[in-house]
Structure formats: C-alpha cells, structure tokens
Write a protein that binds this ligand. Structure first.
Ligand SMILES: [Zn+2]
Length: 330
C-alpha cells in the first residue's frame, strides 16, 4: 500500500470511529419533543419542589440524598395510573430483576451496559409491572420495553397515585465481592441481603442528567467530569476489585503497587485511582487516611456522611465504602 493510500485509510478509520459515543434513549415513552422545561418530565416529592426530583442532596432541606432522577408519566388511565412504558436506555443485558415489593425501590430492573466506554448499570424502580418475557442475562437493545411505570415501594411512605414515576439511576458497582462483605457484618445478621450485588449499598450512582437527553454520550467522559471532592491514601499491595473491573479509572504503574491515591466525588464515587509506590508521600502509615477535602463541597460532604459532622474526619459512608472496596481486594 502506498503512503498516500495508507494515510487515506487511516483517515477513513479515524472518522468512522464512533469516538466514544454510546447511543442512548430516554427511558420512558414520553414524547421528548413535547418537553419545554424540566417540569414537563420531573416528578417532585410531596414538597412540590422541582429539585427534589433531581439527583443530589435535594430532599429534607438537603439532608437526604436522592441517587437518581424521578420521571413523571406523560399519560395516565381513567384511574390516574401511569400508561407510560419504561425502556432500556442503552444496549446491554438484564443484570437483575426484582419482582417483589420488598424494599424502597419496589419492583425494579437493573441493566448492565458492558459495551459502553465503561461498564455501567442503569436501574429502573417503582415499576407497576416488569415485562414478563425478561430474563436475567438476556441481551436487550436500547428502547426495549422492560416494564410499566408505577409507584411500587415498600419504603416508609407509600408513593401516592399522583406521584407515580420512574426512578432512574446510573452508576458503578463498588465490589463484585460485596455479598461476602455484607454477610460478614454482625449488624446484618437480622437483615439478609435480598438483592445480592444489586443491593443499594454496593451501587454508587452519578447524576443521570450527565447522560440523558442526548442521542449519544461518552459514558466514561461523563463519569470523569465529576470533580474530586475528597482524596484518600490507601495502603495495600493488592488490586481492589473496583480497579480490576474499571481499569479505565486507574492510572500509574501497577507492577509495584504499594497503595492507591483515590479521588472521590462528593456523593462517594471513587472516580480516579492512582497507583502509589512504596516511597510515595501519599501512602498512609495505617490502612487508609483521608488526605484532602475540597472545602467548597464541605456542606454536602457532611450531609452525605462522606465527612463527619466536624467536616474534618471521615464520615460513616466513606468508612463503609472503603471497607467494601478493601475487603474484596485479591
Ligand atoms: Zn427517585
């Protein structure tokens, strides 16, 4: 092949590459063309505050975290129950089906998207019905009907008819060894793990609006766009399951790893991992240590329990997340 032809072929290959773009659809049958503003698709809590339907510390005066977004129905039947169907947002496979109303999510479906730039899960909760033909591990195309929007929940306050919605989440899994960790906790003796790896404690969501509402999205770029809120130095010469599962979030020389410098987003996603060698000043004396805190994010880090009430020491959530991340290191 001549140099010119070679270059032409290279150019063709480069321009034909999808350049990190995963096709994505809105997860309900709502006509997106009819949407003029967020009120057209958001379902707020009984507070009526629109932001309560969004991702973040948006509930109970900023004290309660909402890990996804709540999408309202566009159509209801004569009884006021939703007629909107719930759709797979991206190509993927069925990871988990929970047909019982035995937790705050009610009936829910989890999909896993291994063909995206980084494997993410999406979660669809409070369904009235799960599409009966769905089976675990079955491949699904984006836009496939996975259920009917509803209001199922075994949470403390039932979801009333006028607040029916789809709770939609997207995120990562802390550890594929979560079940072992959960069962080893004495306080969990009385509450068996009903949802295995898809237990909410093992899933860490990001803002779905970073990916929804556009036809194509680079999932990895969306994940990386989350700023660092605090950092932790961790001592272990092992590769935690998280970095084995999500190598795209890891950098540095892993051949002589003595520990990790982990950057967490405010809601507790360990977004960036840097391998440390034995001489690194970030390597803690003990097992792990909180290193830096972005003071502009202090309030929500405290509310989220990533920090203690003093705003300086590790909070319960950070401690638990590190236990889960560490306990399964191989
Ligand atoms: Zn919700």
């Amino acid at each position: 092949m001549s140099l010119r032809n070679g270059l032409a072929l290279l150019f063709l290959c480069l321009t034909a590459l999808p350049l990190g773009a995963t096709d994505i659809v809105w997860p309900t049958t709502m006509d997106r063309a009819s949407i003029r503003n967020p009120q057209d698709y958001l379902q707020p809590t009984v507070s009526g505050k629109m932001e309560s339907a969004l991702f973040g510390m948006v509930r109970e005066e900023g004290k309660r975290f909402h890990e996804g977004i709540d999408i309202r129905p566009a159509k209801t039947n004569a009884d006021g129950e939703p007629l909107d169907l719930v759709l797979a947002a991206m190509d993927g496979q069925v990871a988990y089906l929970n047909a019982n109303v035995n937790g705050p999510y009610g009936r829910y479906v989890v999909l896993h998207h291994t063909a995206a730039e980084i494997p993410v899960y999406t979660l669809y909760a409070h369904l009235a019905k799960i599409e009966p033909s769905l089976k675990t591990a079955q491949p699904v195309r984006r836009g496939t009907v996975i259920g009917l929007m509803g209001r199922t929940s075994a949470g403390v306050s039932p979801i009333t008819k006028d607040r029916s919605h789809l709770h939609f989440e997207v995120g990562l899994m802390l550890s594929r060894g979560f079940n072992r960790w959960y069962d080893a906790q004495p306080e969990n003796k009385q509450s068996p793990n009903l949802h295995g790896l898809y237990n909410g404690q093992n899933l860490i969501g990001m803002d779905p609006m970073l990916i929804l509402g556009q036809p194509k999205v680079d999932i990895l770029a969306a994940l990386r766009s989350q700023p660092t809120a605090l950092t932790v130095g961790l001592r272990t010469n092992k590769m935690p399951d998280f970095v084995q599962y999500y190598p795209a979030l890891m950098r540095g020389d892993t051949s002589r790893v003595a520990g990790w410098y982990i950057e967490f987003s405010w809601q507790g996603m360990p977004v960036r991992w840097t391998a440390l060698d034995a001489k690194s000043p970030q390597l803690p004396a003990g097992r792990w240590r909180l290193l830096e805190i972005d003071q502009t994010q202090r309030t929500r880090l405290i509310q989220r329990k990533m920090l203690g009430a003093d705003g300086r020491t590790p909070g319960e959530l950070l401690t638990q997340s590190l236990e889960v991340l560490l306990s399964t290191a191989r």
